[in-house]
Each structure stands twice: as C-alpha cells, then as structure tokens.
Design a protein around this ligand. Sequence first.
Ligand code: E4P
Length: 218
Amino acid sequence: MKFFIDTANLDQISEAQQLGVLDGVTTNPSLMAKEGITGKENILKHYVDICNIVDGDVSAEVVSTEFAAMVKEGEELAKLHEQIVVKVPMIRDGVKALKYFSDNGIRTNCTLVFSAGQALLAAKAGATYVSPFLGRLDDISTDGLNLIAEIRQIYDNYAFDTQILAASIRHTMHVIDCAKIGADVMTGPLSSIEGLLRHPLTDIGLEKFLADYRKGNN
Ligand code: E4P
C-alpha cells in the first residue's frame, strides 16, 4: 500500500518524507488556498517545490471544466516535473480528458469519485489513479469503505490497471480498513499516518527494557 499525504503544507510534507514511508502527495485547490498559495505562477512553483521534497507522485488538479482547457492546463502541469500526476474531476469533459491524457502518456488522478459507476468509467478512460472520497461519504452517513470494497471487486474482476487511491481519509482506522480491503494507495493527513505508530504497550515495554538495561550497565 502506498502512503500519500493530502496537504500542500511544505513542512508537513517534509516531516512525512523524513519518516521514510511517504510515496507521494495529493493536493487540491482548497488545500492550496489553505496555505495561501494564489496566482498561477505561485501555484506552479509550489507544485515544483513539493516535487523537490518528496520522492513520488504529486497530484496537481486542473481548475478548468471544459475539455480543451483541461487538456491545455493538464499538459502544462505535466511538463512542470516528471512526478506530476494531473488531477481531473469526474465530470463529462473530465472523462474525455482522462482518455486524452492516457492516450498521450500523461498520468492522471480522477478526483471527486463517489460511486462505483464513476470509478468504472474512470478506469475505462485509462485513469492512473481513481480517488473515491471515503470521508465525505461517511460525513453524510453513507458507507465510504463499502465504496472502496466495491471498486476493488470491479477492478479485480476485469484486471483494470487503475490504482484505487482511497482519499478523504480522516483518521488512522480508515487507513487500516482501506489496507484490509486492498486499496492500492491511501491519502490523508499526517496524523492518520502517525497514528499507526502509537501503542501504549510499546511505550511501556520500551521503558522496562531500558530500565532493565540501565540496572546492569551503570
Ligand atoms: C483527494 O485527493 C482530496 O484532496 C482529499 O482527500 C479530500 O479530502 P477532504 O474530504 O478531507 O477534503
């Protein structure tokens, strides 16, 4: 399972990278705005800055919603750095753009996916990644994990190459549950990754080991 961090915050990306388990980054226009990154030049520069911190794929989202404009924007993003994956929303022109990018060797992440049908369409269009938003489904009392399981079954039935990128992860149990289902990738906040680390018995056990060592080695 690949671990992506879902942020545009360079400090958090660096921290996750230093942990040694980071495989990539996802961003979206809201996350960029949260960091105060505005204006085309600043936005493009920020994507390059992220690529220079992390070893792995960096999703950069198009803000156009019409086919020709999406293609132009996506091609510009893809040229920024070899690690860039063009993030495309699951809308009619987005599906056409996914197919265009796939035919032209540009890797994509189909975002804002909320149903198995949308995920099937994204795979048919040749998306590299599909991003079902499980947290946002959970928020409206719909089972987000069930959607991940449905997509896993469909992709396995037909051996689609599209990777399931479980998105909108809110906490560590989402990560564990997605791993059990077989999501290829998860993207979430740094806290969802750090939560995997913690167990009180580890802390108690280490304290005892070190205390016993000190008794015989002082
Ligand atoms: C996916 O790539 C999105 O950036 C993200 O996971 C959305 O998460 P949210 O629902 O926490 O905003």
